[in-house]
Write a protein that binds this ligand. Sequence first.
Ligand SMILES: Nc1nc2c(ncn2[C@@H]2O[C@H](COP(=O)(O)OP(=O)(O)O)[C@@H](O)[C@H]2O)c(=O)[nH]1
Ligand SMILES: [Mg+2]
Length: 217
Amino acid sequence: MSTYPAVKFLTSANDPRQFPADTDVEVAVAGRSNAGKSSAINSITQRKGLARTSKTPGATRLVNFFELEPGRRLVDLPGYGYAAVSGEMRRHWGTLLEAYFRRRQSLRGVIVVMDVRHPLTDSDNEMLGLALSGGVPVHILLTKSDKLGRGAAQKSLAQVRKAAPEGVTAQLFSALAGSGVAEARGVLERLLDRKPEKETPVGPADPTGASKPGVGG
Ligand SMILES: Nc1nc2c(ncn2[C@@H]2O[C@H](COP(=O)(O)OP(=O)(O)O)[C@@H](O)[C@H]2O)c(=O)[nH]1
Ligand SMILES: [Mg+2]
C-alpha cells in the first residue's frame, strides 16, 4: 500500500502571492535542473506522474505544491543552475526562492537533490546556504546512484558528508533502481513531524494578517 494514498497536486506559484496558506507543515525539495528532483518526488510518493519528469533542463519554472495528506505538503522548488536561461529569468527564480525561504513559517526541512556524479556545485552550495538560512534541517539526496558502481557511489557519499556544511545529512538514492527510497521517505516523515526550533508566540503573530497569502493561485 502507498504511504500517501491521497497525495495530490495542490497549486503552482509563479509569485509568492500564489503560495497556498502558510499553515501546518511542509518540506521543500530543491535541486539543479535535471538532477532528478521530479523522479525522486515520484519515487518517494509512489506516484509515477505526480511531478513531471523531463529531458528538457530548465523546464520547471514554478513552485509546485503537493498535498501528501491533509496538513502535510511537499514543495517542488524550481530547478536552478541551468546556464541557458536569461539573466532576467534567473533573477526571477532567485527572488521567488528567497521569498519562499524567508517567509514560509510551515517549512520544516529541505531536501536537496544532486547528481551523485557531480554534487556540491557552486549553485548547490548557494542553495544549501539559502536553505540553512531558513533555520531548518537540510538533507542531501545523491541521486542516479545506479550510474556509478557501489564503491564509487560510497566514495562520493563520504566526500559529500565531509564537505557539506555542519549538520547537513546525506544519502545515496536512485529513482531508477528504487534504492534509498524508504530511507528518504523516513527522512521526509521525520522532518514533517519536527517541532519548529523557536516557540511560536501565543496569539496572532501578525495582527494585520498582511503576511497571510491568499489560498490558491
Ligand atoms: N539513471 C537514472 N536516471 C535518472 C534518475 N532520476 C532521474 N533520472 C533521469 O534524469 C533526467 C532528469 O530527471 P528529472 O526527474 O526530470 O529531473 P529534474 O529536472 O531535477 O526534475 C530524466 O531523463 C530522468 O529519467 C535515476 O535515479 N537514475
Ligand atoms: Mg523537475
